[in-house]
Design a binder for this molecule. Structure first.
Ligand code: C2O
Ligand code: CU
Length: 463
C-alpha cells in the first residue's frame, strides 16, 4: 500500500555492509558525539535487501535530540563519511556561527574531522537537523533527525510521536539509493522525487494506540522535493504549531495538511476509531489515498473524549512586524524547464540559459544564479523587512529562511502564522515580513534540494 508503482521487482538477497567503525569520542569540547557514517537500513519491504544509507549515528532517522526550551544543544559532530559535511539546525533562531552553512558560517567539516555545535534553543517546538553540504546528496542518503525543544509546561496529551516523512529513490531491483543526484531532469524540473515513501525510515510504520487517547504528532518533511498532502482517518485533530511555532488558536484538521520540504506541523489528535479498528495518517497523491502511517487501536484509554485542546504556550518574540516601517525587498524566482529565463548572471558573467544548463544551473533569483559575494540585502538589526516573492516558474518552491521566522502578509493585509519555510506554487505572488533581529549571514533558499543545488540560493546579512 505504501510503495509506488515501479517498485515491484523481487529481492536479490542480503548485502554485506562495509560500515565505518563507530564509537567515536569527542576530541574537543567533550560534548556527546553525533557521528555521520555509513550504515544500512531495511527501508524497502523485507523481501528486498537492506539499503546502504548515510545516517547520524548510523540511524534512519538520526537520533531524536531533545532539549528544554532555553537549554543548550551541545554535540560534537564527527564526520565519518568520505565527503565533507556540516549540520544545520533547521528552524532554530540560532547563533549565526552555529548555523552549519559551509562557506557562509563555517568551513565544511572534512572526512575524519570534528566540529563542536553549541547553541541555545530559544523556542519550544518541532525542529530538525540535517546535512548542509551537498544537501541534494547527503539529505537524500539519510542525514537528518528530529530536534525537539520541549515546552516548560507541555500540552495535556497522553503521549507524542515524532513522524519524519521522506521519499527515497531506490533502484527497484537492488533497493540501493540512485546515486545520480544531479540529473538534468531533477535539477531543472520538480526536483528529486522518490519511489519509496517512509515514515521514520519504515515503509509501513504502525503505532499502536487506544481509543480516546490524545497524541501529539510532530510531523517533519525531510524529503528532497516531495510535498506531502496529509489527512486523518479515525482521528479528530487540530494543528497547534507550524514550523515549530505555536498557532494562536488550534485549527481543526478538516481537510488536507500540506507539508513542503523542510516544513513541520504539530497536530494534537484524539483517537476516535473503535477498539480493533485502525486509524491512519493518510497521504493523498494523484487522486488516490495511501497509508502514511497506521495506528491500530487496541484498548480504550478513557471512557470519554477530552474537550478541544488549548493553544500551546507562545514562544518569545512572536510580535508582528511593523509594515509601515518595513524595508521592502523583492525576490523574483525564475528558470527551470518550461520557464521564461533566457539569461542570468553566474559567477559575475552573463550566461544564456543554454550556457547555464551546461553548468547544471537552471534557476535564478533576481536574474542571478546561486550564491554571490554580496548579500541580497544588508539589513540593520531590528529593522522590519517586507519581502515580495514572485514564483515566475512552473514548479512549486519551498523557500526557507535561516535564523529567523517570518509571517506571510495575506491579501487582506493580515498576517499568517510564523513560519521558516514558505511553499509557493507556479505563478504565485506572495509576501512575507519579519523583524531582522538575529545578526549574521543567513541563507535564503529553496528547500527543493535539487533547486538549491542549481541556483536557488541567496543570503541576507543582518548587521
Ligand atoms: Cu533545512 Cu538551508 O535548510
Ligand atoms: Cu525550488
Amino acid at each position: 500500500m505504501t510503495t509506488r508503482r515501479g517498485f515491484l521487482l523481487g529481492a536479490t538477497g542480503a548485502l554485506a555492509m562495509a560500515g565505518l567503525p563507530g564509537g567515536a569520542r569527542s576530541q574537543s569540547g567533550g560534548f556527546p558525539v553525533l557521528q555521520a557514517r555509513q550504515a544500512s537500513a531495511q527501508l524497502a519491504p523485507s523481501s528486498y535487501p537492506k539499503t546502504d544509507i548515510w545516517g547520524y549515528d548510523g540511524l534512519i532517522p538520526g537520533p531524536a535530540l531533545r532539549v528544554r526550551q532555553g537549554g543548550r544543544v551541545q554535540r560534537s559532530f564527527h564526520n565519518g563519511l568520505q565527503q565533507a559535511s556540516s549540520v544545520h539546525w533547521h528552524g532554530i533562531r540560532i547563533d549565526n556561527a552555529m548555523d552549519g552553512v559551509p562557506g557562509l558560517t563555517q568551513e565544511a567539516v572534512p572526512p575524519g574531522a570534528t566540529f563542536d555545535y553549541d547553541f541555545v534553543a530559544p523556542d519550544a517546538g518541532t525542529y530538525w537537523y540535517h546535512a548542509h553540504n551537498r544537501s541534494v546528496e547527503q539529505v537524500a542518503r539519510g542525514l537528518y533527525g528530529a530536534l525537539i525543544v520541549e515546552e516548560a509546561a507541555g500540552p495535556d496529551i497522553d503521549r507524542e510521536e515524532t513522524l519524519i516523512l521522506d521519499d527515497w529513490r531506490l533502484n527497484p531491483e537492488t533497493a540501493q539509493i540512485d546515486p545520480d543526484f544531479t540529473s538534468f531532469h531533477d535539477l531543472s524540473h520538480a526536483g528529486r522525487l522518490g519511489n519509496l515513501i517512509t515514515t521514520n525510515g519504515q515503509h509501513d510504520l504502525s503505532v499502536g494506540v487506544r481509543k480516546n487517547e490524545r497524541l501529539r504528532l510532530r510531523l517533519i518533511n525531510a524529503a528532497n522535493a516531495k510535498i506531502f498532502a496529509l489527512a486523518l482517518s479515525g482521528f479528530e485533530g487540530w494543528t497547534v504549531a507550524l514550523d515549530g511555532m505555536p498557532l494562536k488558536t488550534p485549527e481543526p484538521v478538516s481537510d488536507v495538511v500540506l507539508l513542503g520540504p523542510g516544513q513541520r506541523a504539530d497536530l494534537i489528535v484524539d483517537v476516535t476509531a473503535e477498539d480493533g479498528e485502525t486509524a491512519y495518517l493518510l497521504r493523498a497523491e494523484n487522486e488516490q489515498v495511501f497509508s502514511q502511517a497506521a495506528f491500530p487501536v487496541g484498548g480504550v484509554a478513557a471512557a470519554a473524549r477530552r474537550p478541544a485542546p488549548d493553544a500551546l504556550p507562545p514562544n518569545p518574540n512572536m510580535q508582528f512586524p511593523d509594515l509601515a516601517e518595513a524595508e521592502r525587498l523583492r525576490l523574483n524566482m525564475e528558470g527551470g524547464a518550461m520557464g521564461r529565463l533566457d539569461a542570468a548572471i553566474l559567477d559575475g558573467n552573463r550566461k544564456t540559459f543554454r550556457q547555464l544548463a551546461d553548468s547544471r544551473q537552471f534557476w535564478a533569483f533576481n536574474g542571478t544564479v546561486g550564491m554571490t559575494d554580496t548579500p541580497l540585502a544588508e539589513i540593520a538589526r531590528g529593522r522590519a523587512v517586507r519581502l515580495e516573492i514572485v514564483n515566475d516558474t512552473v514548479f512549486p518552491h519551498a523557500m526557507h529562511l535561516h535564523g529567523m521566522h517570518f509571517r506571510e502578509v495575506l491579501e487582506d493585509g493580515t498576517f499568517g502564522p510564523l513560519r521558516d519555510t514558505l511553499l509557493t506554487f507556479r505563478g504565485e505572488r506572495r509576501e512575507i515580513a519579519f523583524v531582522a533581529d538575529n545578526p549574521g549571514d543567513w541563507l535564503f533558499h529553496c528547500h527543493m534540494l535539487s533547486h538549491a543545488a542549481s541556483g536557488m540560493m541567496t543570503w541576507l546579512r543582518v548587521t
